[in-house]
Every structure is written in C-alpha cells, then in structure tokens.
Design a binder for this molecule. Structure first.
Ligand SMILES: Nc1nc2c(ncn2[C@@H]2O[C@H](COP(=O)(O)OP(=O)(O)OP(=O)(O)O)[C@@H](O)[C@H]2O)c(=O)[nH]1
Ligand SMILES: [Zn+2]
Length: 346
C-alpha cells in the first residue's frame, strides 16, 4: 500500500535531478538560484501517490486543466505528501506524456487523517490531507460488519476534526438494523445502500463541495459505490491516475476523483485501523455519546475497567448509558494502554 510504505520510497535515489526536464513554455523568467519563493509555481492537488511519483491535478476547471506527474523537490524529501495535499509545483506542468514537474511546497493542511499499522506502532501514516468528510463504508453482511472497526474510524475522524458519515451497503443481503443499534445513541448520519438501489444521486448531492475520504474493510463494496458516484466523464480523469495508481496494483493505492465541486478519495480496503498515534485522552472524543456523562467522572479517571468510581461504568450499570458502548470504549482504551505499555518495555 503506497501510503503505508511511503517512508521506504524506493524511488528516492531517482530524484528529479536524474530526469531531464523539458523547458516550461510558460516560464518566461530566467532560471536563477535566487528564487526561494518559486514565484512561477502553480497549485496542484495530489490525486495519487505511487512510489515517489505524484499525480496532480492542476488548473482544475480551467481550459488547460491537466493531470501532471511530479517528483518532490529534494528539500521536501522527508515530508510525506499524500492524496488531498495542495502543493506548489514548478517545471513542466503541461501534463504531456513523459513530462515531470517538481513539487516545491506543501500548503498548510486543514485536516490530516492518520492511521498506524497497529496500535503498538508509533509511526503513524498520514493517509489523506484536507478531507472534511470520512465516508465509512460498512457491509450489512459479507463481510460481517464490525462495530469495533467503526469505533476506530470514529476515533480517528473525530480526533482529526473530520465529519464521519456511514454508508451501510448490501442491505439486500442482510438487515442492517441490528448492527446499527450499536450506534443508536450516536448522532451520526447513516445511509443505506443495496445492489439495486444505491442512493447515488442523494449522496452525490450530499458530498458535493466536500473532500471526502472513503474507508472500509476489503470487500464491503466501497469501490462499487465510489465508481457509481463518480460520473463517467470524471472517471476518465481518474483513469489517467489509475495508470500510476490502481491500474498497477489493484485496490492497493489511494486514488482521488472529482465529485461535483469536491473530491472523493478512495483508500485501499483494510482489516485494521491502528490508533497508536491517538492520545488516550482523545479516545473519548470518538464516543461523543459518552462524553457528557464522563464529565462527572472523578478527576484523573482513566475510564478503564478497573476504575471503581468511573461514572461511565456506573451509568452503564444503572441504564443511563448503553452498556455495549461503554464496553467498546473500555476495550479500545484498554487495548491502546496495553499497546503503549508494551512499547515502553521494548
Ligand atoms: N449484494 C450486494 N453486493 C454488493 C453490493 N455492493 C457491492 N457488492 C458486491 O460486493 C463485492 C465487493 O465489492 P467491491 O466494491 O469490489 O468492494 P471493495 O470494498 O472495494 O473491496 P476492495 O477492492 O477489496 O477494497 C463485489 O462483488 C460487488 O459487486 C450491494 O449493495 N449488495
Ligand atoms: Zn471515568
């Protein structure tokens, strides 16, 4: 998966200096070393990343809109550049076959969605930048929906300041309501989708103008949904991206498509969603249905099962809170605390 292995970057030795750049027909300023600002840079949106090569959309919605392949400037080498990033790019931005531009700056990000390989992993991977909606795709069955995976998406999204939305697919295969009952106390937007009646038009309208990142366990129907959402004409743009991304290793890399005036970013299906990077103090943010009651906890309460006076446990016992939600939160916290202890022993 490209975003997981980005730090390895096997193309690192082939930096942009090894590729001859064509003269940029638009650059009329003389090249000079005294140009730290790169005034001639254009802004691009990173749509796909593949082993040190970045696919960018530049001059979007203008007549000379182009899909450009770029390398990163040497000074940016250690910084991850991910789908959704706004970057400043110089050099040949025509997008012509064989051309290579150069990313010289990453613009400040509004949000960063991260996951770690597992809970013990300190090294977090930035999955996507600048997303404001996390589309959690879950199947009603085949594969079985896993509430704990959704808990993890919620913690990651709310920690990052991204709005989570859920789509339950395959409602033709199984009744999604028993699964959804897990999240009844949570004020979360849920869409139901079946093979014959996916809510494509309504979702498209809902996501218009947003940068949406879709996540889901492998096989839930995420690609089917994303393909249905992205109109044919725009997918053509995506297909260009697919040459560098999905085309080569199916579903193993992140690709973005224009969706109305926004973007939808499809990520590889994953089984787990490590939260090694999330501070335990922030875990409760992913359980907004519990947060209010937790305010009555004794000072310094860890909310773990061994806390005698945890208000969450008390509220679960006397029926004010849904016991399985408190249990979910305690388990996640317990797992993260154990992983952290293991890390400190290593
Ligand atoms: N019955 C039914 N099948 C569906 C539905 N949505 C998708 N599928 C099927 O589920 C299978 C998996 O769908 P994909 O879209 O490839 O799943 P994915 O989540 O992208 O999986 P990865 O590519 O592994 O990440 C395909 O055979 C789809 O046709 C649905 O609503 N109902
Ligand atoms: Zn507590």
């Amino acid at each position: 998966m490209s975003w997981m292995t980005e730090h390895e970057d096997p193309y690192e030795q082939y930096d942009e200096s090894s590729v001859r750049e064509r003269p940029n027909p638009k650059a009329n300023r003389p090249r000079s070393k005294q140009r730290p600002e790169h005034e001639d840079a254009v802004t691009g949106i990173v749509t796909a990343v593949d082993r040190g090569r970045y696919t960018l959309a530049v001059r979007i919605d203008e007549q000379d809109e182009a899909i450009v392949t770029a390398a990163r400037a040497r000074e940016l080498r250690k910084q991850a550049i991910v789908a959704g990033d706004r970057v400043d790019v110089v050099g040949d931005t025509t997008g012509e076959t064989g051309s290579l531009a150069r990313i010289v700056r990453i613009q400040p990000r509004t949000t960063v969605l991260r996951r770690s390989a597992d809970d013990t992993d300190v090294v977090e991977r930035v999955i996507v930048a600048n997303a404001d909606v996390l589309l959690m795709v879950v199947a009603a069955a085949d594969p079985e929906p896993r509430p704990r995976l959704v808990d993890r998406y919620l913690v990651a999204a709310l920690d990052a300041g991204i709005t989570p939305i859920m789509v339950v697919t395959k409602t033709d295969v199984a009744d999604p309501e028993p699964f959804l009952a897990n999240f009844a106390g949570l004020d979360i937007e849920v869409w139901r989708s079946s093979i014959d009646d996916p809510p494509v038009e309504a979702l498209r309208e809902r996501l218009d103008g947003h940068t949406t990142v879709a996540v889901g366990h492998s096989g839930v129907g995420k690609s089917t949904l994303v393909n249905a959402l992205v109109p044919e004409a725009r997918r053509a743009v995506g297909h260009v991206n697919a040459v560098t991304g999905r085309g080569r290793h199916t579903s193993s890399s992140t690709v973005s498509f224009k969706l109305g005036s926004g973007w939808i970013i499809d990520t590889p299906g994953v089984r787990s969603f490590g939260l090694g990077h999330v501070a335990t103090a922030n875990v409760l943010r992913g359980f907004p249905d519990l947060a209010e009651v937790a305010e009555d906890c004794p000072r310094g309460c860890t909310h773990l099962v061994d806390e005698q006076y945890c208000e969450l446990a008390i509220a679960a016992a006397d029926g004010r809170l849904e016991p399985r939600r408190v249990d979910s939160m305690q388990r996640m916290l317990g797992t993260l605390v154990a992983a952290r202890e293991q890390r400190h022993q290593e």
